[in-house]
Ligand binder design. Structure first.
Ligand code: DGY
Length: 315
């Protein structure tokens, strides 16, 4: 029997290729003509390794009749149609845990940057305005006494909450179910929590179930002193509603690491000085990305050795 064949949908950390190249035939989809590649190798493809840029949807998977595994680089796997995969006997794996600390650290950084306008202050200094115009204006918001509402208290949400405990800010959370073992206040309705907090931190994943759940109504409940932080997925927020709320002062500001149509960031947001914008870097440390890459390799190897990846996504 020949070596198992794998499609890699986009560029990945070198170590993935270094470790897999000898044992598997790797097809680099982004360098190939997709139709030609599938016509020639489609029947032999057993696994896909993906980093999310090219969606692994039903149409794509249907073209690979012997596909058994989709190994996603990233904890968020909204670019993979996991439901269709599950229904068709295809396993999906992701890369949880190894990025929890970095993402939680970035969330706290983004909260502080946004509340205290630290990015704006840095741009003020670099533009020589401190010398010419005097001190940077005092910020309206501070971390002091801010009530924080976390949307999605999973592994990352809990790590964010744990860090925020040190600031002694009251913490609430919204999610599908109440968790008995956490000391935070639970809300079953997002709009109700938005009404009671000052900072809404979205950690929720993408996908149909969460699409636009932070909409105009939720933003209005957050109110004119409210701040939205998003390190989950851009699709959870109705971006046009967010732009309108920011423009009309219906919320105070926002700190975003993720967007609806990455890497496109709406011009309106870029032009808003008081909004903090990061280019989807929450997990982007060398340490974490290497661990994520290793988990992609381990998931693929484990599937071929045991029939199960190490970290399958919940079914
Ligand atoms: C993840 O792992 O989901 C991060 O957002 C990087 O894509």
């Amino acid at each position: 029997m020949g070596k198992p064949e794998i499609i890699v949908t986009g560029p990945m950390m070198k170590t993935v290729f270094q470790q897999l190249d000898g044992s598997y035939v790797l097809h680099r989809l982004w360098e190939a003509d997709e139709d030609a590649l599938i016509a020639e190798h489609g029947e032999k493809i057993v696994a896909i390794a993906t980093a999310g840029k090219r969606p692994v949807d039903a149409t794509f998977m249907q073209r690979l009749p012997n596909l058994k595994l989709v190994a996603n680089f990233g904890v968020g796997y909204d670019s993979v149609d996991a439901k269709w995969a599950g229904e068709n006997g295809i396993l999906v794996s992701n890369t949880p845990d190894v990025l929890t600390d970095e993402v939680a650290d970035t969330a706290v950084g983004l909260i502080l940057m946004t509340l205290r306008q630290l990015g704006e202050a840095e741009r003020y200094l670099r533009a020589g305005r401190w010398e010419k115009e005097g001190p940077f204006p005092l910020t309206k918001a501070t971390m002091r006494d801010r009530r924080i509402g976390i949307v999605g208290l999973g592994r990352i949400g809990k790590a964010v909450a744990k860090r925020l405990d040190a600031f002694r800010t009251p913490i609430s959370y919204f999610g599908r179910t109440e968790q008995k073992d956490v000391p935070y206040r639970y809300y079953s309705k997002l709009a109700d929590m938005a009404r009671d907090v000052d900072v809404l931190v979205n950690v929720a994943p993408g996908g149909l179930a969460t699409r636009h759940m932070i909409d105009a109504k939720v933003l209005d409940e957050l109110g004119p002193d409210g701040v939205l932080i998003n390190i989950g997925r851009g699709t959870t927020v109705d971006e046009q509603a967010l732009i309108a709320a920011l423009r009309e002062g219906r919320i105070l500001s926002a700190g975003l690491d993720v967007y609806e149509d990455e890497p496109r960031v709406p011009r309106e947001l870029i032009e808003m000085e008081h909004v903090t914008l990061l280019p989807h870097v929450a997990s982007a440390s060398m340490f974490t990305r290497n661990k994520m890459a290793q988990l992609v390799v381990d998931n693929i190897r484990s599937y071929f050795d045991t029939g199960r990846p190490v970290t399958p996504v919940p079914e």
